[in-house]
Design a protein around this ligand. Structure first.
Ligand code: GLA
Length: 383
């Protein structure tokens, strides 16, 4: 939950340091029921915004520089608008600078500003704290300087900032979901035309449990970009616009021209796109068992074909499979760490959580964290 306390903590830091009343924005993180690594293939995804996110407060600056403060990290960056370049290993700072740079490129004029942000999305959990941060910044600047950007224009600025300043060639799922999320609903999104079908999420006796592996294996970014390149190579060979347009039969025809790994990766994407569409049907017809099976198949594909899982994620999914009260589980997000999403009977969530925390600690000598989330509204002004 984004609590009043969190908003107050951030606002009072701002007023104390800048002696001004700020505008304040909330931008959520996201979960994804199914549809991983399909977004940059013009495919389907099934995410939802959550009640964990970033609060950013902003006001014009009376000085000749901009100042952005990350309250949770107690770190500040000050910069001048006429010299915006990425910082090596700059972490969160590059998201901020990237947004400012992309706004410049799009011809939008902003002046100096002060911004303070903080939140409750665990970093590296695969809940897309980065998209929440990007969207909170672009939304805040849009409000403050009356830039009249549409939400759709803003999410492309966020995505572009990540491409050019952070170096991750991400798709549009995270930014879209964080911006357009709807309370109590997941969005079955067609990433080709950005048309979303909002679907009420009520799995009756089943709840959504998130388990954070608390690991983020290095090379995740380069592995992500590498997967994207493989997809692009196959698209060229198939002479289609994107893998969204490919079928298993078409892929079979070029099998001799690609490596087995590449074949499996493309096959995964084609199959995952079908799974998302089947998941929509399963949810609409209240067939949660089928949804659970599709999630398990998605994980298997991510782990064995797309090769973006890791030991910790596979362990949590294996444990979920062995639990008779669970009907589905899979890794979520880019991979190599972050969270597992699990559909489990609500009445056993506490018992299972206790069990898995102990088992995980015994196995990996580190803690895993458990979260339950509410599906929430997208990026918006608080006041
Ligand atoms: C990350 C990216 C998204 C998407 C997922 C994998 O979260 O930011 O665009 O590609 O990985 O589904």
């Amino acid at each position: 939950m984004i609590t009043t306390q969190l908003i107050e903590r951030i606002t009072s830091y701002f007023t104390k340091n800048f002696k001004d009343e700020p505008i304040s924005i909330f931008s959520p993180g996201r979960i994804n029921l199914i549809g991983e690594h399909t977004d940059y293939n013009d495919g389907f995804v099934f995410p939802a915004a959550i009640d964990k996110g970033i609060v950013a407060v902003i006001q014009k600056s009376k000085t000749s520089t901009c100042s952005v403060h990350a309250l949770d990290l107690e770190e500040t960056i000050e910069f001048s608008l006429d010299n915006i370049i990425p910082i090596e290993d700059g972490g969160w700072k590059n998201y901020v600078l990237g947004i400012v740079s992309e706004l410049h490129k799009s011809g939008k004029k902003i002046d100096n500003f002060n911004l303070v942000f903080g939140g409750n999305i665990p970093d590296g959990a695969g809940l897309s704290s980065s998209a929440a941060l990007e969207n909170s910044i672009v939304f805040a600047l849009n409000e403050l300087f009356e830039l009249e950007l549409s939400k759709e224009e803003m999410i492309f600025i966020s995505q572009q900032a990540e491409h050019s300043f952070v170096g991750v060639k991400c798709g549009i799922m995270d930014q879209f979901t964080s911006m357009f999320g709807q309370k109590g609903k997941a969005l079955m999104l067609d990433c080709r035309n950005l048309k979303a079908i909002p679907v009420d999420i009520d799995f009756k006796e089943y709840g959504i449990l998130l388990i954070n592996t608390n690991v983020k294996h290095s090379l995740a970014n380069s592995a992500y970009n590498n997967r994207r390149q493989v997809c692009e190579k196959i698209v060229e060979l198939l002479e289609v616009k994107s893998l969204r347009d490919a079928t298993e039969t078409m892929l079979q025809e070029i099998r001799g021209q690609i490596s087995e790994d590449e074949y499996q990766m493309a096959l995964y994407v084609i199959q995952e796109n079908c799974r998302v569409q089947r998941a929509l049907h399963a949810i609409q017809s209240e067939n949660i068992d089928t949804l659970g099976k599709l999630m398990l198949a998605s994980h298997k594909g991510l782990s064995e074909q797309y090769n973006v899982s890791c030991e910790e994620l596979d362990y949590l999914v294996d444990e979920a499979i062995n639990d008779s009260n669970t009907i589905g589980a899979r890794m979520m997000g880019g991979g190599f760490g972050g969270c597992v999403i699990q559909l489990i009977k609500k009445k056993v969530i506490d018992t299972y959580s206790n069990y898995i925390q102990t088992a995980y600690k015994t196995r990996f000598k580190i803690d895993c964290n458990i979260y339950t989330v509410e599906l929430s509204e997208g990026t918006h002004k608080i006041y």
